[in-house]
Design a protein around this ligand. Structure first.
Ligand code: HOZ
Length: 432
């Protein structure tokens, strides 16, 4: 049993100084019940909380810890950079090197701008798309999450749906009116929206693999279909690869599925886990960004030297070790097959979605292909399952509407440990 009295005490204390006691909503465990665990350190496949509990973990900072926590190559790069100062607010050689590396690795990117988070990246990409096309509207998909920029908090996934506020108060009606939404994987709905808003749509933005309503894969024709609509209508196609970039393949989901967007947003992975984001794409569009062009976007901490060093170390490693991706997929497939066997033994038939090293178990028996089908999941059952796993030392995302991420630190022995816990937790969760 994993008791956590110190975490409980810290969570009570945090309520007085931090809204809801956390700095990002999903962490508050509201969707699963119980108190969040306050973490002290993490290494390889493990995280350790204030109470001295050890967890095998499958969030990996929501993606970037592809090599597990505290990867030596990243630690070394950061340590080497620290004595040269933490921030300059002036250009550095490292920024060019990482830009060149990203351009080399991601098929669609010809020019790239570093920012500090995925949210900044998506906000900026939309602004550039609007500046470039001279149009105001955008299409996003129900259940996709693109950070907390105003325009994206309409039918948003992740913490927004977890807490039941997919359309956040504070977003003006004017902003909401410019955001058109369609069901994920529904090309006909997109065509209808675009037709009804002829020459007004600046961008279509999506997660090419959705990870913020749980993991949902694009149907085979979906991404290419969007590409075709954008080409025909002069719309900028934006892939939000904050979670999938460098995780599903060296060039992200766009490499895996062979569809090239006009702009791509990237996040935490290019900082090796440090606070970084980026957006990039066709030079013709990126040349609209200031000071090359008129669309303004800036940041003192953009291209921060410590974050760039961490990111360079991570990306170089991934580029030189393509076997990482086959190994990660093999580990994840073992987990998924094992979970299916467990369910079979228990007479259960819940849906598991997987691509590469990302997966989700949905507590519903129907295929999950969009937000509506994701919402058929039994979230109370998910909450019981989550807590039963936590008690067994397995740390999952505290929401049905998030993806899980596997790192290279997950050995076969840990897969076996995970599957044992999964069997017992499923058994416990369905009994209540
Ligand atoms: N919205 C993030 C994952 N999709 C969660 C961020 C966090 O709580 O750290």
């Amino acid at each position: 049993m994993k008791n956590a009295p110190i975490s409980e005490e810290l969570f009570q204390r945090a309520q007085h100084s931090i809204p809801g006691g956390v700095n990002s909503p999903v962490r508050a465990f509201r969707a699963v019940g119980g108190n969040p665990r306050f973490m002290v350190s993490a290494n390889g496949p493990y995280m350790f909380d204030e109470d001295g509990n050890r967890y095998i973990e499958f969030i990996n900072s929501w993606g970037p810890m592809i090599l597990g926590h505290a990867a030596e190559i990243v630690q070394e790069a950061v340590q080497q950079a620290i004595p040269n100062s933490l921030s300059f607010g002036a250009p550095t050689r490292k920024e060019i090197e990482i830009a060149e590396l990203i351009i080399d690795m991601v098929p669609s990117i010809e020019k790239v701008r570093m920012v500090n988070s995925g949210t900044e990246a998506t906000m900026s990409a939309i602004r550039v798309a609007r500046g470039y096309t001279g149009r105001n509207k955008m299409v996003k998909f129900e259940g996709c999450y693109h950070g907390h920029g105003d325009s994206f908090l309409i039918a948003a996934g992740s913490g927004a749906i977890t807490l039941g506020v997919p359309d956040s108060p504070g977003v003006t009606q004017g902003v909401a009116a410019d955001t058109l939404t369609a069901p994920y994987n529904d090309l006909e709905a997109v065509k209808t929206l675009v037709e009804a808003n002829k020459d007004q749509v600046a961008a279509i933005i999506l997660e090419p693999v959705a990870g913020n309503m749980g993991l949902v894969l694009p149907k085979p024709e979906f991404l290419q279909g969007l590409r075709d609509i954008c080409d025909k209508e002069g719309i900028v196609l934006i892939f939000d690869e904050v979670m999938t970039g460098f995780r599903l393949a060296p060039g992200g989901a766009q490499e895996l599925f062979g569809v090239t967007p006009d702009l791509t947003t990237l996040g935490k992975i290019i900082g090796g886990g440090m606070p970084v984001g980026a957006y990039g794409g066709k030079a013709e569009i990126m040349n609209f960004v200031a000071p090359a062009g008129p669309v303004y976007q800036a940041g003192t901490l953009s291209g921060n030297p410590i974050a760039m060093s961490a990111g360079m170390a991570m990306l170089k490693y991934l580029k030189m070790h393509p076997e990482v991706y086959t190994n990660l997929e093999a580990t994840t497939s073992k987990m998924v097959t094992g979970m299916q066997d467990n369910m079979h033994k228990l007479g259960l038939n819940y849906t598991i979605n997987q691509v590469g090293s990302m997966f989700s178990i949905f507590f519903t028996q129907q295929p999950v292909t969009d937000f509506e089908s994701a919402k058929t999941s039994d979230t109370a059952l998910f909450g019981r399952y989550f807590n039963a796993m936590l008690q067994r030392g397995i740390y999952l995302a505290p929401s049905q509407y998030e993806s899980l991420f596997v790192s290279t630190a997950i050995s076969d022995a840990l897969v076996a440990e995970y599957l044992k816990a999964n069997f017992e937790a499923l058994q416990e969760a369905i009994q209540k």
